[in-house]
Design a protein around this ligand. Structure first.
Ligand SMILES: [Zn+2]
Length: 84
């Protein structure tokens, strides 16, 4: 059954998706470069008065990741409330 086999290979990452994923993870790992290109003001602190988290010069936001009002796309689906 060639069709079933192809489907299995794709589903199991037979095309090397796993490898690409790892490369991406490595490449996106935060790392300080010797000569950064686009950086923002250095020594900034979170805009939240009660928060003194230092912002990375690569962080475009005025707040730390905890206070940045951004909803990440990978948030799990909303829970459906069931009547208890
Ligand atoms: Zn903060």
């Amino acid at each position: 059954m060639p069709e079933a086999r192809d489907a299995f290979l794709e589903a199991s990452g037979g095309r090397g998706k796993g490898v690409n994923m790892n490369d991406y993870m490595k490449g996106s790992h935060p790392r300080e470069l010797p000569r950064p290109n686009r950086t923002f003001e250095e020594g900034r602190v979170c805009a939240d008065e009660s928060c003194q988290t230092r912002l990375s010069v690569y962080n475009r936001s005025a707040m730390c990741w905890q206070h940045t009002p951004v909803k990440f796309p990978f948030v799990r689906g909303q829970r459906k409330r069931k009547a208890a």
